[in-house]
Design a protein. Structure first.
Length: 369
């Protein structure tokens, strides 16, 4: 079902460690002026007060009562039951806080909480990368369509989310898509996030440039050095993103072997996509050895960079042929190319999360009828 023209309003929240930003969505449109209040990350009562006041201030702007509250909140958590056990940037919620039930009692409407990586990918599946790819396939007359999307977010951490057959998949322990803790190819005793994050890019640049990591430029500056927009150690900048891409590619190859769908990349470091995507695809389209030394494709599917015009053209074209149904005059189109498209997020990350949160809530309300 399309929720583009749905008139129901859903309250949303962007929960950061410093500030909470409250708003409201109707269809795919923000319909309230965002309200920003301090998160009070270490004081639970003050943090809960901020939430209540923030949602109340947004509700005062609305022409009608919202039908639900839906937002992303950092885990660990039991998301279906609205229980947060965060021990990172919001330590006030450590130990298990029934945030969803608290907000339901306070406002008298259903509350839905999910992981931000999950909602980002859900938003891209609804109104971003996946519909963009399927529209291009349809316009080209291809019989191929994609219904599954795996997405990663690159920034201070390495997050991921899964949409399967149009539905958000979070797993039995609210722990599906925890790609950050997969093995790091370059340092097998370490987890992948150590090589896929802001600190990783700065650390590699410092190592190659021979400087103190504390003095390393920001990832944005390193990107601009790598693209020639700033002066600096260009070789170190290119190496920093190439090594990050290698770790990403290995992690994605493991993940997508089990999931089989499109891949979308978002988050702050996604801006450096041109500098790391070649290394990502080199891993995914590379080989893996048998015990006897025989080389096999790393994954069954061939991966294409959707941002590269020539690769995009090959991806859309596929390998379509017409085949006959045995003992019949009937024919059908068959696309024999097993392939994956990898591309940058179409939507702004915060908008993708808001759309994902809104549609998740409306879907759940409709399912409960």
């Amino acid at each position: 079902m399309s929720y583009i023209n749905d008139k129901r309003i859903v309250l949303t929240l962007d929960a950061g460690g410093t500030n909470f930003v409250f708003s409201a969505m109707q269809g795919m449109t923000e319909v309230a002026k965002p309200v920003r209040l301090p998160a009070h990350a270490k004081e639970l009562d003050k943090s809960l007060d901020s939430m209540v006041q923030g949602f109340k201030q947004v509700m005062e702007q609305l022409p009608q009562k919202p039908v639900a509250i839906s937002f992303a909140f950092p885990g660990p958590a039991d998301y279906p039951n609205g229980i947060i056990d965060n021990m990172g940037n919001l330590p006030a919620f450590a130990g298990g806080v029934a945030l969803g039930p608290f907000l339901e009692e306070t406002f008298g409407i259903p509350v839905f909480i999910n992981n931000d990586g999950d909602l980002f990918v859900y938003g891209e599946a609804i109104a971003g990368f996946m519909p963009k790819v399927n529209k291009m396939l349809a316009d080209a007359g291809s019989p191929k369509r994609f219904n599954n999307l795996f997405g990663i977010t690159l920034g201070t951490g390495f997050g991921a989310g899964i949409v399967r057959e149009g539905q958000l998949y979070i797993g039995d322990n609210s722990a599906a898509g925890e790609i950050w803790i997969t093995r790091n190819k370059r340092h097998p005793k370490c987890f992948a996030e150590e090589g896929v994050s802001i600190r990783a890019v700065q650390g590699t640049y410092a190592r190659v440039a021979g400087i103190d990591p504390a003095t390393a430029p920001s990832p944005k500056d390193i990107y601009e050095i790598g693209t020639g927009k700033q002066t600096g150690n260009k070789a170190a900048a290119l190496q920093a993103f190439a090594e990050m891409g290698e770790v990403i590619g290995d992690a994605l190859a493991n993940a997508i072997t089990l999931l089989d769908g499109l891949i979308v990349i978002g988050g702050g470091l996604a801006a450096a996509y041109p500098l790391f995507i070649e290394s990502v695809l080199a891993e995914m389209n590379g080989t893996i050895d048998s015990y006897t030394g025989q080389k096999l494709p790393r994954i069954v599917q061939k991966s294409f960079d959707f941002e590269n015009p020539e690769q995009c053209k090959q991806f859309i074209a596929g390998s379509v042929k017409t085949i006959k149904v045995p003992r019949s005059q009937k024919t059908l189109q068959y696309d024999s190319m097993k392939r994956l498209g990898v591309g940058r997020a179409v939507l702004d990350t915060s908008m993708a999360v808001s759309i994902g949160a809104t549609v998740f809530a409306l879907n759940e309300l409709d399912r409960r009828k």
